[in-house]
Design a protein. Structure first.
Length: 359
């Protein structure tokens, strides 16, 4: 009997060492899934690009060169287009692992360099939109749920429905026409006025780089240029968050622990923020992550209308000119962006809610 008692703590200690912490297992599992998804993105991007019913040499060679069989054969050999598709994919994967996304036949620059210049513009716009959208969307969604079926709830629902239902390209044109062309209140295109020089590159965000350089006129001008495209995107993203937050909060309000918290005589603010909003936080975080991913992937039409030299405009020009290396590069960046954001959301979810990592 004494031997059993004496050996049990040691066995428990060894067992606890063998079992990893639930959060560590959760993170490693999500990390492994993310790696598999990254590989899947390379496969999908490569296959879909090769299914395009067009000759990639048409974007590289002119009409006269394309009519010469010797030039066409030499270019096909140099670009590896004569190799079997599995071998082409292997070479593509090896180049990706070395950070080589190919060279754009239109800009004559490495695609990685082009994307490095376009991505910060989209990231700056997406960050500004997300901050404002979260404040408005979550706040108004919570208010609508707390005023369920009252006049305030009906007004917020109508406004959010308009924001979600209005086509962004049409809204962009209206906003551009009214506030820039007619009223002249705000600049309508570009990230800075043509007479201004961008600040020294640090982050690629003109507002942040201007502040770091002490160029406050650049910060003010860049902020004004942000307003119109950010307004269009905020109306849509905030509308989504309002409707999603309202639904999530209403589900939590019906939970027994919320009723118990009110029965204990807790202050309404404590019940709202300590129990209701915290209980609805996980699905809201998921939606915020998806919204941020969609913004970073590029609001193509909005960027095109406002001449915002970001990822969306780069993708649009690449598609119209059949720039296959650029299209594949954009696909990789968008996929990696979504996976990275979803991984961060899963990580935050696992930290906030122990139930998730114990499943």
């Amino acid at each position: 009997m004494s031997n059993d008692v004496s050996t049990r703590p040691a066995d428990d200690l060894r067992g606890s060492r063998r079992r990893a912490h639930p959060l560590v297992r959760y993170v490693l599992t999500r990390l492994g899934i993310s790696v598999l998804l990254l590989w899947g993105i390379t496969v999908v991007t490569f296959v879909l690009t090769n299914l395009v019913p067009a000759d990639p040499l048409a974007a590289v060679l002119g009409d006269q060169a394309a009519a010469d069989p010797q030039i066409v054969a030499e270019y096909r050999r140099l670009m590896g287009l004569d190799d079997p598709l599995p071998l082409q994919y292997w070479h593509y994967l090896v180049r990706l692992l070395h950070g080589d996304l190919g060279t754009s036949p239109q800009t004559r620059h490495p695609v990685a360099v082009d994307l490095a210049g376009a991505f910060p513009a989209t990231a700056e716009l997406a960050t500004a939109v997300l901050v404002v959208s979260v404040l408005l969307g979550v706040g108004l969604g919570l208010l609508a749920a707390l005023r369920h079926r009252r006049f305030t709830d009906q007004v917020i629902r109508v406004v959010s429905l308009l924001g979600v239902s209005t086509p962004m390209f049409w809204l962009s044109l209206v906003v551009f026409y009214v506030f820039f062309f007619r009223l002249r209140w705000l600049p309508g295109s570009g990230r800075l006025d043509a007479t201004l020089t961008p600040p020294p590159h640090v982050t690629g965000f003109y507002t942040i780089d201007g502040a770091l350089a002490g160029q406050w006129s650049i910060v003010a001008n860049a902020s004004l240029h942000l307003v119109l495209p950010a307004l269009v995107l905020t109306l849509y993203i905030a509308g989504l968050l309002v409707r999603f937050t309202r639904s999530a909060v209403l589900d939590v309000l019906a939970e027994p622990y919320v009723t118990a918290a009110r029965a204990r005589g807790l202050a309404p603010a404590q019940v709202t923020f300590g129990y209701v909003l915290r209980g609805a936080l996980l699905p809201i975080l998921t939606m915020v992550g998806l919204a941020f991913g969609s913004l970073l992937s590029g609001a193509v039409l909005t960027e095109q209308i406002f001449a915002w030299n970001g990822l969306g405009q780069y993708a649009y020009l690449a598609a119209t000119k059949l720039d296959l290396p650029a299209i594949m590069g954009v696909g990789i960046v968008v996929g990696v962006t979504y996976i990275a954001i979803n991984f961060l959301v899963d990580l935050v979810t696992g930290v906030v809610d122990p139930r998730v990592r114990l499943r």
